[in-house]
Design a binder for this molecule. Sequence first.
Ligand SMILES: Cc1ncc(COP(=O)(O)O)c(C=O)c1O
Length: 395
Amino acid sequence: MSDAPRDRIATLAVHAGHVSSEHLGAAMPPLYQSATFLAADTAELEAINEGRQRGFVYSRIRNPTVLAAEQRLAALEGAESAILFASGMAAVAGALAPFLSAGDEIVTLPDIYGGSIRYFTDILPRQGIGVRWAASIGPEDVAVSIGPKTKLIYAETPTNPLVRVVDLAALAAIAKSAGALLVVDSTLGGPMNQRPLELGTDLVIHSASKYLNGHSDLIVGAVAGRRELTKQVRALQQASGGIIDPFGAWLLMRGMTTYPLRMAQHNRSGLAVAQFLAAHPAVKRVHYPGLADHPDHALACRQMSGFGGLVSFEVADEATARAVVDRARLFGIGPSIGGVESLISQPSNTSHHSVTPARRIEMGIVPELVRLSIGIEDSDDLIADLAQALETKHE
Ligand SMILES: Cc1ncc(COP(=O)(O)O)c(C=O)c1O
């Protein structure tokens, strides 16, 4: 392959990060499953260590397979650079740590993944870092939460599990005038559906365990953005060690090859399922930004080019929600999202299990809420399965 610039996402997904002539002509990226790389002599080892010569020494610091997957992910995200981590949560921690010291504060939006809530509640305060929770995801509530010690604004969009959409351009303006960084967890939208960096976000986080890998066989996280920032993230990662191993990176590289195709199908089926649920008499409310009555529909139409594969809905009560989950046949009962296979769960015992019941209710994560991760199966089959599951009458 030549090194000609390629800028369409489906092309980048197949080619970015791999130059076959650098790997004995291998059409697909090989796996460098080696901890150590040998130098020809001491002078070469020193040259690589000092960055005067391209090369590899030790896989906690740099590995060719990990680097290839990072380059592909950066290309998809439109970032100068990306760094892979051992999980999405390691990426959240790794994106924040270089920019915060004891005495600093972050402002976070309230609707974020349960694991991030746990990290901000249990871990950051123990490091002397203050966490201010904005009253809502609205930019006005974020603006009034900023204080003199605010170093960073943290948001997730769309949110898990209520699929709210956050106004990234407005948040970027607030962050800029406060001299703070804007860090956005873009796991649910992904680079096909939204472009946070183009809207002024400083660092994008992914749980690449979800849509980017897409095959539910890997836990991996990523941080992407400008090199001046990712350099600091990389330095801390090299020192603290939360890397992905080469095989994990190789799996992600392979998963990303089909990401645009899969995401297009998630988007199509997500909308079809949401429309089916919205018309169903047993469903009280559907949460999906592609529906005209969703509170963020207009913003989603502006900011996103697809609405994704996560759909949540409310039924009469908790017992009915449990019965619907238990009756589903094609949907597996389990946590996570973004895989090829469809999943169903109550967020109260999956994504937000680690959050107190009172906090869940405050967030709108009610016991009668059911979350669907729409896979890439035939959408008619998914809808037929939901139709039979919703026939459940709870005694
Ligand atoms: C939006 C979001 N961010 C971060 C994470 C954490 O990712 P991981 O499970 O890869 O650590 C998840 C996991 O479900 C998530 O849904």
